[in-house]
Design a protein around this ligand. Structure first.
Ligand SMILES: [Zn+2]
Length: 243
């Protein structure tokens, strides 16, 4: 889709994201991102990425959403991410989780628009770019990383359980991750959060072999999905290289 095909309010939002992008501080990645959100009453808030050496970096989308919330606006109807990459990237897994959590909490379903300098635009809904979403909050689950040689298990909050299992796995040499088991006592099988999908998607690209997520419940329900299905239109290091 071209810029001219967007609705007038969407065009305005893109223009603001484009202008805001110039403020980005990208000392490490060189990858400037501008974002803008439109609230229910048509107010606009924008954000840009602000990198530092800790790599705990506020992303542009996250910043725009936070500014809107700070001003008392929880409901967002549109969100634009604007970059200079070849393929306009949708938000990373971490930001998708933030958008999905807000969508559930505030009963919203924003249009998510990705655009680039080559005049390429795509619009999707959060349910498409983060299918089988769960709100984990402080829920504890068991995560088992299964490689071609071993199994590494941790039980903690969702975000940390995967991190701990991966750390145990990386203490060994040259093991290929084949699958990850998510075991919980929920009613339905739970798939990873957006943040952890991002992590798994990057590992999958590095090892050049698909990773399957097996989601199981204590009552015996089981579902399987590949990481690439759980994070479609994913954003990674390859997006930084083709700017
Ligand atoms: Zn992000």
């Amino acid at each position: 889709m071209r810029f001219n095909a967007l609705l007038n309010l969407q065009k305005k939002l893109v223009e603001i994201a484009f202008e805001t992008r110039e403020k980005a501080r990208v000392s490490y990645s060189g990858y400037k991102v501008g974002a803008a959100v439109m609230t229910e009453n048509k107010e606009i808030f924008s954000g840009f990425n602000l990198e530092n050496i800790t790599y705990i970096v506020p992303h542009a989308e996250e910043q725009a959403i936070r500014l809107a919330k700070e001003a008392g606006h929880n409901k967002i109807i549109s969100l634009v991410v604007y970059t200079n990459s070849q393929i306009p990237p949708f938000p990373c897994g971490h930001c998708r989780q933030i958008i999905a959590d807000s969508s559930l909490l505030y009963d919203m379903n924003p249009n998510i628009i990705a655009g680039n300098d080559k005049d390429v635009f795509s619009i999707e809904k959060i349910s498409t770019i983060l299918p089988r979403y769960n709100n984990f909050s402080k829920k504890k689950i068991l995560v088992q990383v299964r490689t071609d040689k071993n199994r590494y298990t941790s039980a903690f909050t969702e975000r940390q359980a995967l991190e701990l299992s991966l750390k145990k796995c990386y203490m060994s040499d040259n093991e290929k991750i084949l699958s990850v088991l998510y075991f919980s006592d929920s009613k339905k099988p739970l798939f990873p959060s957006g943040f952890n999908r991002q992590l798994l998607a990057e590992i999958e690209k590095e090892q050049n072999e698909k990773i399957e997520v097996i989601a199981k419940t204590a009552s015996g329900l089981e579902e399987r999905m590949f990481v690439s299905e759980l994070l479609p239109f994913s954003f990674g290091v390859e997006s930084l290289n083709n700017t």
